[in-house]
Design a protein around this ligand. Structure first.
Ligand code: ATP
Ligand code: MG
Length: 685
């Protein structure tokens, strides 16, 4: 099944923006050979206050031997992103169209926001920011849950040219402080708190700790603006603002069984203010500040899977056209669709495919505050049914954890409105792909396995739903403007079939421009390993049909008795076993083989971890990959150490494998207690 090719269904293909591989190839070729013309056409969909100077549409240097690295698109042009996303859509008669359906943590809490209202709220909040002294180029930190005020705050920044730095509101005060210090944030926007599943998080308290830590390090956050989210949940007709065009918010603190009283919110009168109080008298219009094409748009820190997070900087014009174009083609978005990306806005996926891409296409999307497991493990399916979602974009980690609960939860709901399914964040194993395809997509949806990074701004390797025949687990082919190569250790290009370092030869509009205030680290991290190329840090394999398969981080490659293997390959085989929910494989030094395979296994709900399972798994890997790949150790893992965006941190697993307690930076870990548990469960070998 996994080796089969899955063709896009003809009804989907015929109506798609890109209908065939021939069309894809033509468009891709044009985007590479004549980027000025290709992207210039697309740029015409947007409003430019001043046009780009003709000879300056695109310039770059990718080669450190020829000087500093730079990437510039549409130099000389000026625009405003919020104007393109909001004013333009309202002027075209889409003022009453829903921009966001908001679905709260509690299924009884929901609301919605039209384009007109979103524009008005954005302008009002831009005026609030101005009143706090925020000017073009200032950094604004945002530490908020998935509520409507979050995109409003981001768009308000873009209205006046301020640079937002969204920090996922699950990070600790240390992580928040580190990011605010690095970006020298002037203002912080947050909420009093949020319910995540059954858990209450007091965000303002965390912010106060973070702001104190920033102060000790000689920087001061001047203002902190707080949405009274908990208060309005508890008391919808009394306290707090509601940026909404109707809906229902009735359940808050009370319904979650936490008593009627609001928790104590720490407060500093000189620094803190309530969002709704500031908004009361704010003017509902705000003339956009015209921003140069290469002016900064936002800073976003990477997930920290491989080390200290990097402050990726994206700029205005290129990011806008790339977010818009990938959204349109990769999800095949049409005006009446309802799009849902489950990623938190605190990750790049949320930036590009909850906020910028959808709004640039005047799309309607779902903004979901909750988790897949609350109040029941069927929440995702119930939300798809409720809003008649047509495109559903999520992560392999979520798919795998939902598979554990069996098929019946999915079958309870009507998911027939779905047309395109998307996956992002990690390689998707074929088992999960097939489950997603057959059960969630009823065997009729296309799956877009989108490979990309915080750094790439948008999808770079991905199928197009109406055009690309799919192979489960392959991210397939490059998006427009992207020219991938596979390189060997010595930097030689691997032609045809083979496996190597995944690099890109030339920039596409949405790629990062630098690491904030650290151009040196930018150059050494991405451009020093192979001169003349952007190095992703990931490995990939090209098969006989030219399909690209992402094999995982280069650091995670395994070399057993001279055989090079990727973790993804072995993990995919392990998860095919019906008793296995999740698997993570790392290498462990071995006196004879050089390295050996050390596998962490999470059994499915209700399945026991026992000797027989160990033996079956070893046999399976031996049969499927080869005798040299037989795992030396199978380690019972009730859970795995993951980043807060759900990625397995293999560098920690490598430490556990060798029994080294010195595990390094764990600040981006979702739950660090799992590390101790795994040390305790270490088999004696
Ligand atoms: P850090 O750079 O700090 O270590 P990170 O790389 O996990 O963190 P992100 O930018 O969020 O931070 O993730 C990008 C990485 O996610 C890619 O480099 C790749 O390893 C992985 N990835 C994303 N999508 C896919 C996919 N479809 N298939 C395989 N891997 C993917
Ligand atoms: Mg990375």
């Amino acid at each position: 099944m996994a080796d089969r090719i899955y063709y896009p269904k003809s009804a989907l293909a015929e109506a798609a923006h890109c209908k065939s591989m021939e069309q894809y190839k033509q468009m891709h070729e044009k985007s590479i050979k004549n980027p000025e013309e290709f992207w210039g056409e697309i740029a015409k969909q947007f409003y430019w206050e001043t046009p780009t100077s003709d000879n300056k549409f695109f310039s770059y240097n990718f080669n450190l031997n020829e000087g500093d690295i730079f990437i510039k698109w549409m130099e000389g042009a000026s625009t405003n992103i919020s104007f393109n996303l909001l004013d333009k859509n309202v002027k075209c008669g889409n003022g009453d169209k829903i921009a966001f359906y908001w679905e709260g943590n509690d299924p009884d809490d929901y609301s919605r926001l039209t384009y007109r209202k979103l524009l008005e709220e954005t302008c009002k909040f831009a005026n609030v920011l101005k009143s706090k002294g925020v000017e073009k180029g200032d950094r604004v930190a945002i530490y908020m849950p998935m509520i409507l005020e979050l995109p409003i705050a981001m768009l308000a920044c873009t209205r006046i040219g301020a640079v937002h730095s969204v920090v996922f509101a699950g990070y600790s005060s240390d992580s928040l402080a580190e990011r605010m210090l690095d970006s020298k944030a002037k203002v912080l926007i947050t909420t009093d708190g949020v319910w995540r599943g059954p858990k209450l998080l007091l965000l303002k308290t965390i912010c106060d700790e973070a702001m104190a830590k920033v102060k000790v390090n000689n920087h001061e956050v001047e203002s902190c603006i707080v949405v009274s989210h908990l208060r309005r949940l508890a008391n919808p007709h009394g306290g707090g603002s509601t940026a909404t065009d109707g809906g229902n918010i009735k359940n808050g603190i009370n319904s979650n069984g936490n008593g009627a009283n609001e928790p104590n919110i720490p407060w500093d009168d000189d620094r803190d203010c309530w969002w709704h109080e500031e908004m009361e008298d704010a003017e509902p219009s705000c003339y956009p500040v015209w921003i140069s094409a290469e002016d900064p748009l936002f800073i976003l820190y990477t997930s920290g899977s491989t080390g200290k997070p990097k402050g990726v900087l994206h700029t205005t014009a290129g990011y806008l056209i790339y977010a818009a174009t990938t959204f349109k083609y990769v999800f095949d978005y049409k005006p009446n669709d309802v799009f849902w990306c489950t990623a938190d806005i605190g990750w790049i996926t949320g930036h590009t495919y909850v906020v910028y891409g959808p709004l640039a296409n005047c799309a309607t999307s779902v903004l979901f505050e909750g988790t897949p497991f609350h109040p029941q493990n069927d929440r995702y399916w119930s939300v798809i049914d409720k809003y008649k979602v047509s495109q559903f974009y999520t992560a392999p980690t979520a798919i795998r954890s939902l598979m554990k609960f069996g098929d019946s939860l999915v079958k309870k709901y009507d998911l027939t409105t779905l047309r395109v399914l998307g996956s992002v964040g990690e390689p998707i194993n074929s088992e999960a792909w097939l489950w997603f395809y057959n059960l969630v997509g009823h065997g009729k949806c296309s799956i877009a396995d989108t490979f990309w990074q915080t750094e790439t701004g948008g999808h770079v390797i991905t199928p197009l739903p109406g055009a690309t025949p799919m192979k489960p687990g392959s991210a397939t082919f490059p998006f427009f403007g992207v020219l991938p190569e596979l390189l060997d250790e010595d930097g030689k290009i691997i032609e045809g079939e083979g496996e190597g370092y995944l690099v890109f030869r030339q920039p596409w509009p949405g790629m990062m421009r630098t690491l904030y205030a650290n151009h040196e680290r930018f150059q050494t991290t991405y451009f020093d390993r192979f001169h003349g190329y952007y190095c992703t840090g990931d490995g990939a394999r090209r098969d006989a049909d030219g399909y690209l398969w992402i094999t995982g981080r280069i650091d995670d490659m395994l070399n057993v008795s001279g055989h090079l293997m990727s973790t993804a390959e072995v993990e995919s085989v392990l998860t095919e076993h019906p008793a296995v929910a999740e698997a993570a494989v790392v290498s462990k030094p071995h006196p004879v083989k050089g390295q050996c395979l050390y596998c962490f296994i999470t059994p499915n709900e209700g399945r026991k971890f026992e000797k027989q399972l160990e033996d079956e798994l070893k046999k399976k890997v031996r049969e499927k990959i080869g005798p040299f790949a037989q795992p030396d150790v199978i380690h019972h893992a009730p859970g795995l150490p993951k980043t807060r965006s759900g990625k397995i941190m293999r560098r920690i697993l490598r430490k556990i494998a060798i029994g080294d307690r010195n595990v390094g930076d764990t600040s981006t870990l979702a739950d660090d207690s799992i590390v101790d548990t795994l040390f305790q469960l270490r088999p004696q070998v």
